[in-house]
Design a protein around this ligand. Structure first.
Ligand code: NAI
Length: 508
């Protein structure tokens, strides 16, 4: 299927944060763009922002002055939709309200010719519902850009119940020629990104709610040990709690109150108190001038050991052993359970999704310390540890000190099930797996969407493969057993693949 040609004209309706960016993307790709907004000052504001951004690109050497001028000249602000009657594609980015969107599209449908494609940038409204009032719903699709539209690569191309395959593929190919990375999704609550990303916020909030670890250390760990671009709390502060809470509520309500998506009371409290994040000067962090930055919690230096005993089978914590060897700590291999290291008479083990306390009791493991998952233990700056209640403080300190010798900053989280990163990554994979199972999008497209819509370091399903689905299943089962809540029910797809030894992508 072919993309639209640069000679095709594009209508963008709504010149706010998204519409302005989308108009710039289309003009940059060579199209004449009609930009319409019911508030004339918004058009001037959008054009000013586009001009400024184009100048910035020139000053950074990413564009030539002539190109920048052409981009701005290709954008024609119009004061009535009728002036865009020869547009081939209309992209709507107005207020997030079903009735208003339906009425605007009815008008667009009357004005544009019968072959024109109609697309909405809605982030949460059903594509099927918006299309339902159109005479020709088959030419209507979702074209969901991410903020800021010029910089974010992802575009979700979303099919409503009536959308034609042909129109979907034209929009997909067009997004590609605009320098974007498109993925296909079905019209379901939150589409891909806004659904699959929910656990990133939810698990951080749960850890905080249980008083297991402070905000700054949670953010620091997710950034420095897992390579997420931002921790959950700084990210929620940036998005705005009103927006983030509204998206969570919308996904929760759209799933008929499925507890899996239940919003957090902590976040509700911030919204009620008007602490909406960076934009109001206060959220989880204080952004007001003179405010003190929150300090991360790091353990003081402890005495460590210069020799450890490791299992011969350490697929997931081999990076720690490499760091030990590099620091002159002798590693001796013996026949002990996988992903465990004996340090003195303590056992350091990768968390299994339960608490270290229950694992210690059930497995009769003396002085057990859990370590949280990291993207790559060979490179991680921080190690996060949880002490089982049965482990003595001296033993815990000996484990922490040994990791410190290998260059890790060590922080301690209270002994909660699945710690922090482990439960977050496994829950992201769980949601991604359910989305794949329910036909929201393909496995590949879900991972692409999460990498380019949220800049996660890895797609959650690829990450699950790398951790091994057997491990992810074990973690999720233990979380489910521990909490007994619907939130932690295991995706049937993960369950099945883990049992049969299958992968999402195949062995790496
Ligand atoms: P915004 O509030 O910045 O801009 C909306 C613009 O639409 C305003 O300039 C307003 O005057 C105009 N408008 C409202 N009703 C109109 C009508 N009936 N006819 C013509 N113009 C009208 O909103 P924003 O953030 O740009 O969002 C627009 C759409 O994009 C929404 O559907 C939103 O859910 C979606 N979206 C927003 C993202 C974001 O991060 N802000 C990301 C992806 C999608």
């Amino acid at each position: 299927m072919s993309a639209l040609k640069t000679s095709d004209k594009i209508l963008v309706v709504g010149a706010g944060a998204m519409g302005g960016g989308i108009a710039e993307v289309a003009a940059q790709a060579g199209h004449i763009v009609y930009l319409y907004d019911m508030q004339a000052p918004m058009l001037e504001k959008a054009l000013k922002a586009i001009r400024k951004n184009q100048e910035l690109l020139v000053s950074k050497g990413k564009s030539l002055p002539e190109n920048a001028r052409n981009v701005v000249e290709r954008i024609h602000c119009i004061d009535r939709l009728e002036s865009a009657s020869d547009a081939s594609l209309a992209i709507e980015a107005i207020v997030e309200n079903l009735e208003v969107k339906q009425s605007v599209f009815r008008k667009i449908e009357e004005i544009l010719n019968a072959n024109a494609i109609l697309a909405t940038n809605t982030s949460s409204i059903s594509i099927t519902a918006i299309a339902s009032k159109l005479a020709r719903p088959e030419r209507f699709v979702g074209m969901h850009f991410f903020n800021p539209a010029m910089r974010m690569k992802l575009v979700e191309v979303i099919a409503g119940i009536a959308s034609s395959e042909h129109i979907l593929s034209v929009v997909y190919e067009t997004a590609k020629t605009w320098g974007k990375i498109p993925v296909y999704a079905r019209s379901t609550p939150g589409f891909i990104v806004n659904r699959v990303a929910r656990p990133y916020y939810a698990e951080g909030l749960r850890v905080l709610n249980e008083g297991a670890l402070d905000i700054a250390t949670i953010d620091a760990y997710m950034r420095n040990a897992c390579s997420f671009p931002m921790g959950p709390f700084e990210l929620m502060d940036l998005i705005g709690h009103d927006v983030n809470f509204a998206v969570t509520n919308s996904v929760f309500n759209a799933h008929y109150g499925d507890k899996r998506f239940a919003p957090s009371l902590i976040q509700q409290e911030l919204v009620l108190g008007g602490r909406l994040g960076k934009k109001t000067g206060q959220g989880f962090y204080d952004y007001k001038e003179g405010a003190l930055a929150l300090r991360t919690q790091t353990l003081d230096a402890k005495d460590g050991h210069m020799a450890v005993i490791a299992s011969q089978n350490n697929p997931m914590i081999g990076g720690i052993l490499d760091r030990f060897s590099a620091a002159g700590i002798r590693v001796q291999y013996e026949d002990i359970p996988p992903n465990q290291i004996r340090i003195g008479d303590s056992v350091l083990a990768l968390t299994n999704g339960g608490t270290a306390t229950s694992r210690s009791a059930e497995g009769k493991i003396q002085n057990l310390v859990h370590i949280d998952c990291a993207l790559d233990f060979a490179l991680a700056k921080i190690a996060l540890l949880a002490k089982s209640d049965q482990c003595s403080q001296v033993n815990f300190d000996g484990v922490a000190g040994t990791l410190q010798k290998a260059g890790y900053q060590v922080s301690r989280i209270d002994d909660i099930a699945g710690m922090l990163a482990c439960r977050t990554i496994c829950m992201l994979a769980n949601e991604a797996a359910d989305s794949a199972l329910q036909g929201v999008a393909s496995i590949e497209d879900i991972d692409i969407a999460m990498r380019f819509g949220t800049n996660y370091p890895k797609g959650p399903l690829r990450w699950a493969d790398d951790l091994s689905l057997k491990y992810v299943f074990e973690v999720l089962s233990n979380l489910s057993k521990h909490y007994g809540e619907e939130r932690y029910r295991v995706s049937p797809l993960i369950q099945r693949k883990a049992i049969s030894g299958d992968y999402f992508y195949g062995a790496t």
